[in-house]
Structures are given as C-alpha cells and as structure tokens.
Design a protein around this ligand. Structure first.
Ligand code: ARG
Length: 561
C-alpha cells in the first residue's frame, strides 16, 4: 500500500540501525478500524530489544515522525498509528493510475524467470468435464497474474491423448461405429462407443484381447490404427477449441501425453542408471517409503508405461526446453498423490529444479450437492452450458437495455464472465455449487455485478465530456475509501500469485465495486465545481483497475451494458 513502505522507512530511520527495514515491514500492519489510522507499527519486538515498555517506545516514536504523506502520527497503546494525508496521497494515487493505465499494478519480481503452467488438459474422445473447466479457468487466471508479475509464462495443454483406452475405442469403432455418426457428433459418439465397449465386454470377453491388440498396433505405428487415432484426436480438438474460443483461452503448447512416447525409454534408462528402479510384482517402481508414500509406478508387468512415467518425462523435457523456474500443475485434488510421487521421484533422481514444481489442486463442481459425472454416457456438455449462459445474459440485456449496441458481444462477455467469476470468487480448494441462475445475477458477488459497475463508471466518463489533465487530491471519506481500495491492487496481485489464489483478485474487484457504488450513490460526480476533475479522475481510475482486474481473471469488461 501507498505509504506503508514510507512509514516503515521513517521508522527504521528514526531507530537508527536498531532494526532493519525488512523487520519493520514484517510486523507493520493495516489496522482493522479506519479510526486507528491507515498503517500501524507494533512496538513489542523493540520493547524486548530495548527492555523498555512498548507504550513508551510508541509515544516516543510517534513524536519523531514527520512526513508529508502523513497527516498525523499518534501513539495508541503499544502501536504507532499513521494517518495518511488524504489530499496528498489521493492526488498521487490518481495521477499515478491515470499515467500508468493498464500497467498499474505491474510487478517486476518475475523478471527473467519462466513459469510453465500445465492446465486444462482434457482427454481426447471424452467430453470436456467440469473439472477441466475449473482447471482451465484457474490456470488461465494464474498465468495472467504471473505475467503481470513479470514472469514469462508457457501455457501447456497436456492433452490426454494416449493410453489403452484408445485400443478399446478403435475396437468399438470397428464393430459399431461409422464415419458419418462420428463426424456428426464427435465427442458424444466416441463416448457412447466407449461406453458400449464396456457394456459388451461383459458378454464378449474376447473384446478385451482385441482392444489390447489394437493398442499394440497403435504403439507399433500401424497405419490404420494411427489414422483412426489421429482422426479422433482432430475431431476432439475441434470441439475443445470451440470452448477455448468462447472463453478466449490460448496455449503455447498442445503437446499431450503421446508427444512423450519417444522419450519414455530415456527416462526409464535414467532411473535404472541411478539405481532407483526396483521390481515389485513384475512391475518396475520407484520406492518412496522414506516419504511414507506408496511406490511410483513406472512400468507395468506387460511393459506398458504409465501416467507417472509420462509426467516424469514431460517434466524433464520442459526443464530442458524452457528452463522453468517454477512448473505449475493445475489439476484436481484427487491427483495429489500422483504429483507428490512424481515430484519426489524427480528429486530422488537428483534434479534440483524439482523443488520448483507445484501442484495446484482444486475442489469439485457440484450440482445439488453431488458430483457432476460423465459416467455411463450421461454428460453435461460444457459448450451447451456456456451457450445457455450467453443466452440468459442476452435475455437480461433485452429486458434492461434493449437499445444497447453490440448486444451479441456484450452477452458473450457477460455470460462467459459469469461462469468464470463464479468459479474464481471461491478459494480454489473448496467445492462449488453450479447454478447458472446465481452466476448471472446483477447484484451480489457476481461477475455481471462487477462488469456492470465498470460499465456504469465508463458511462459517467462518457457523459462528462471533460478532460482530465492533472487532478488534485480529494479529502472526503467516500473518496478516501475508494482511493484506499485502488492502492491495494498491487498488493493483492502479489498475494494472489504467492498463494496461487485468483480468488484474491475476484474478491478485490467485488470490494472495489462496492466502494465505488457507495461513492456513486453519495457523491454528485458531475456537478460543476473545482473538484469535478478530481472526481472524474477517481471514476476513470476505477474503470482502469476494474478492467485490469477482470482481465487478470480472464474476463472482458464491456464499456456499456
Ligand atoms: N488428462 C488428465 C486428466 O484429465 C489431466 C492431466 C494433468 N496434467 C498432467 N501433467 N498430468 O485427468
């Protein structure tokens, strides 16, 4: 926060080497109540060092600090409380935001460092599930936030495009499928072929062996098997990209599991050389007993490699290729054990960089308290859900603002935004209840509420028709609440990256919107007086920060709604 650092510097300087700036910054805090000032420094640590009562120290320090950013500095028990000078600080903040525009809040601590983010990663020939939606939305936001913090990001969609299931799928297709029906409705059709295979195999056990044969052919590069696999993959990708397009998501790499086929042997050989592979019931595993974990499965008794082997291979590839500082995996919490095993195996292999690997888990999306499942072919088609949200948003516009230009565009921004925001406003580890109706409300803690607040602020600026050149500061309490919120933005960005919690940003834009709406209902912004330019500057600053906050979450901020 503006002033916090200055306050800390002042204190450090007055204490003349007794305590470092870092130590001061560690204990300095924002008081719970506005009456206690904008920043507070507790003197308990000093009391220990100086063997003096903290109250006395606070009283003494308070008298010494005199800085133009602060209107008053007073002792309050064991604390030194600083009250920012509203006029001076708000002038500084407003001019700073107007000057920096969308760059406001940019941080530099990621400069020169690379973060890879493995997210979305749906499975070919299966529907894009609610879990993949969460991964997509959370991963995309974290990537945006990392970029805002100066990191170079590599967005990786680790597609599930390999495995014995493709042998089953090809078998099912050969028996019961047809080109037309797959073309007509690829994912639905491929899924029902897969389900049919599982139904039929109970009566016809020979199917299992056939499926194994097909998968073997696929592995050996048989042309027919290969072509079918490629085709299934292309059709699936076509469907997935409809969802990515609707949501404005892009990737730097679509290297899925199959991409690592060629390097799997190298990984196994490396494990062998390092003496880490042991046999267990005919399979090859890496023992992780020292960590109290079950062994990491590397190779099955029939020679087939596993999910973990692929992730080991992918991690090594990514380190060689991108030299990542951090490698993030945005994957549901049900895979926690898997990632623990993979990361620890890499550490056992002696890779220092494995310390930079992080699994970012999240909870389930529930409907009426139950997991939404794709089993037995009962699927919730995500594309339909998104389209429905857009449709509802459109109805809303027809009711509230039928004259609106670019209705389609706005409906899309609001419908998609509502889905994204509903996910990101909750801490990611919790489960969330899916309800389109709740998501699309214009009041409360929803995406449309924030977007609407932004549009309202934009319309004030449009109506004002005046220039904002060099706004002066503002002194009243309503402005001050908004200014304080604006100052928090950079801190919130930092925290949200530290905790990999986009919810920090979502909560922040809600707070800022609420403060602004309070301001809007109490202050006559467009009255012609000497402070008009400053008030408009405040409104403009709010539009800048809301738009940028929404962008970090992966949402659009329409100028009109
Ligand atoms: N395709 C997997 C699934 O749907 C997720 C992959 C996550 N990424 C990874 N590197 N394992 O469960």
């Amino acid at each position: 926060m503006e002033g916090m650092k200055t306050f800390a510097e002042e204190i450090t300087c007055k204490l003349d080497g007794m305590i470092t700036l870092e130590e001061v910054l560690q204990v300095i805090e924002k008081p719970k109540y506005a009456e206690q000032g904008d920043v507070a420094f507790p003197c308990f640590l000093l009391a220990k060092m100086m063997k003096k009562s903290p109250q006395l120290i606070a009283a003494d320090l308070a008298k010494q600090i005199d800085h133009p950013l602060f209107g008053a500095v007073v002792a309050n028990g064991a604390y030194v409380n600083g009250f920012l000078n509203k006029q001076v600080v708000s002038e500084h903040v407003l001019n700073d935001i107007l000057k920096q525009g969308a760059n406001y809040g940019h941080l530099s601590h990621g400069q020169g460092k690379v973060i890879t983010i493995d997210f979305s990663s749906p499975n070919i020939a299966k529907p894009f599930s609610m879990g993949h939606l969460r991964s997509t939305v959370i991963g995309n936001a974290i990537a945006n936030i990392a970029e805002k913090s100066g990191y170079q990001t590599v967005r990786i969609n680790h597609l599930g495009d390999w495995g014995t299931q493709f042998g089953k799928l090809i078998t099912a297709y050969k028996y019961w499928g047809s080109e037309e029906s797959v073309k007509e409705n690829p994912i639905q059709e491929l899924l029902s072929l897969y389900v049919k295979f599982h139904d039929e195999v109970e009566q016809q056990p020979h199917l299992e062996a056939e499926a194994r044969r097909w998968f073997k052919k696929l592995e050996d590069g048989d042309e027919e098997a290969r072509d079918l696999w490629k085709w299934f993959k292309a059709e699936s990708l076509l469907e997935f990209s409809k969802i990515y397009d609707l949501m404005n998501i892009r990737f730097d790499s679509l290297n899925g599991e199959a991409f690592y086929n060629e390097s799997m042997d190298d990984t196994i050989q490396l494990l062998q050389e390092k003496g880490l592979l042991i046999e267990s019931d005919g399979a090859e595993v890496v023992d992780l007993q020292e960590y109290d974990l079950p062994p990491c499965l590397i190779k099955k008794s029939d020679g087939a490699t596993l999910y973990a082997t692929r992730d080991l291979t992918a991690a090594i590839y990514r380190q060689n290729h991108y030299q990542f500082d951090k490698a993030l995996y945005v994957v549901g919490q049900e895979q926690s054990l898997h990632f623990k095993q993979v990361f620890l195996t890499l550490e056992k292999m002696g890779f220092e960089w494995a310390k930079g690997m992080v699994h970012i888990p999240f909870g389930f999306i529930l409907k009426e308290g139950k997991k939404m499942s794709t089993r037995k072919g009962k699927v919730v088609l995500l594309e339909r859900v998104i389209e429905e949200a857009i449709e509802l948003a459109k109805q809303n516009i027809e009711e509230k603002n039928p004259q609106l230009a670019q209705k389609e565009e706005v409906a899309k921004a609001v419908g998609v935004g509502a889905i994204i925001f509903h996910d990101l406003k909750n801490e990611r580890q919790g489960n969330i209840e899916f309800s389109l109706e709740d998501m699309l409300k214009f009041e409360g803690t929803t995406g449309p509420y924030v977007q609407y607040t932004h549009a309202r602020a934009c319309s004030i600026i449009r109506k004002s028709e005046s220039n904002i050149v060099h706004p002066a500061g503002l002194n009243d309490d309503y402005s001050w609440s908004v200014i304080k919120s604006l100052m928090e933005f950079p801190i919130v960005i930092e925290k949200s990256l530290q905790q990999y919690e986009p919810s920090q940003i979502a909560k922040y834009v809600i707070d800022l919107s609420q403060e602004f709406n309070k301001y809007y209902s109490h202050v006559k912004i467009l009255v012609d007086d000497t402070e008009k330019e400053s008030r408009l500057a405040l409104v403009k600053a709010v539009t800048i920060v809301l738009q940028e906050g929404l962008r970090l979450l992966g949402m659009k901020a329409p100028m009109e709604m």
